[in-house]
Design a protein around this ligand. Sequence first.
Ligand code: TXE
Length: 500
Amino acid sequence: MTQALTPLSLPPVPREFGFFVDGKVVPAGTRDLSERRSPAHDVPVTRIPKCTTADLDTAVAAARRAFEDRRWSGLGGAARGAVLLRAAALIRARAEEIAYFETLENGKPIAQARGEVMGCADMFDYASGLARSLHGDSFNNLGDGLFGLVTREPVGVVGLITPWNFPFLILCERVPYILASGCTLVVKPSEVTSATTLLLAEILTEAGLPDGCMNVVTGSGSSIGQALIEHMDVDMLSFTGSTAVGRRCVEAAGRSNFKKLGLELGGKNPQIVFADADLDDAADGVAFGIAFNAGQCCVSGSRLIVERSVAEAFAQRVQAKLARLRIGDPLDEATQVGAITTAAQHDIILGYIQSGQEEGARLLCGGEVLDTGEGRFITPAVFTDVTREMAIARDEVFGPVLVILPFDTLDEAIEIANDTVYGLAASVWSKNIDTALTVTRRVRAGRFWVNTTLAGGPELPLGGFRQSGWGREAGVYGVEEYTQIKSVHVEIGKRTHWGE
Ligand code: TXE
């Protein structure tokens, strides 16, 4: 469904949000508010309450009550699916409002934000079917006296912590699947991009989700986030963010109640380009892979591993594609690359661009701060003469910084691609099916693209190998992740007594 577009302007005053517990918006009251300024315009756009740990306890208690009295998990899958379908329709109906706040808080282009919101509605559509099809297994081969069943049950109360790069998309890659499984949840969105999570809570209530099934507490990672990961009454935690905080989640689970964990962490993802690829397609994909969302993607293709015979010419093609990008005001319909979301991230990116040059890499293009008079924008940087030891080649920069590493043989390409602690995503570009499939098999990554990049949808799962995380979100696997398995042994006829 498309909506009539009106020219977008900044809000005259920041919109104040409450947090969300037990089916109701809770106004900030006497709590402090954090004011979010648009990273592209540097004006205040939202005000969000800083919840207390007592607020978190109230939210977890509401989710616990809603889980234990079976008001959600006790419904049939069809009834749960119907709520998710209604939510999908309401997301589409409010797409313009959601995209607007996503752009204001995050700085991403409005056209991109709209596309993401529509993709999110599709996640709810898909998950509604999963609520109905989720099932276990049976064993009818245990002899005449015994029948075996394997059933799936929702894990319980889920804590969900999300980052600022795709606030609504990452949320919707998880929430409909969590709800399809029958779990209830408490979400802690990033403190800089909380608005659209609060809108989703309203939408789900309007769609008929029973009170207490989706709660949202807002505030900082170090206070509310830390309290959530340590909470004794949260059965599972799904965390997306930095590797450092992912480690804290593992430690906190060990210190508290051994809650089950799903983690989606960093990436340093290879784009492997062979000389026999369609080089124009590949250059387009590589430019998109590093500049999309201003490079602030866990799945950004930040390492270009390219066959030496074409490396120089290919770098020029990528440079030409990047030079044509329209970077700037994210409220402009034509903008392709928006702002850097946080001041801290802006400093991190510029720090890497400087350290790359200090370590001896050559800055081929970009890496400049755009002088727009307001806001934070960096032009995509491409580095050559890079060695694998350099920080720009090893660390997740989380910004528009591409490093080029040439290779001579297929084995060397695979070896370079695997020379990272991460394993989130990878792309291979080749017209030779043997080459493409060999690379796909041997490079360690949870998501793979062949002759494309950053493609996705609700059916295919997300998640990483190695230090990129644990577990999978989305797809059938995504809903199963929020279930636990029970084995049921059923005696048929009279039991054989012990000792007889
Ligand atoms: O992430 P954090 P930040 C990477 C990226 C970036 C770096 C820092 O490299 O430069 O992380 O970004 C919450 N207990 N990625 O600081 O801190 C926080 O409030 C519990 C990659 O923003 O990990 C937010 O909701 N929660 C990544 C969420 O964790 C805590 C996406 C993510 O914030 C917490 C984002 C704590 N102690 C950043 N501290 C990806 N791979 O997608 C923070 N949080």
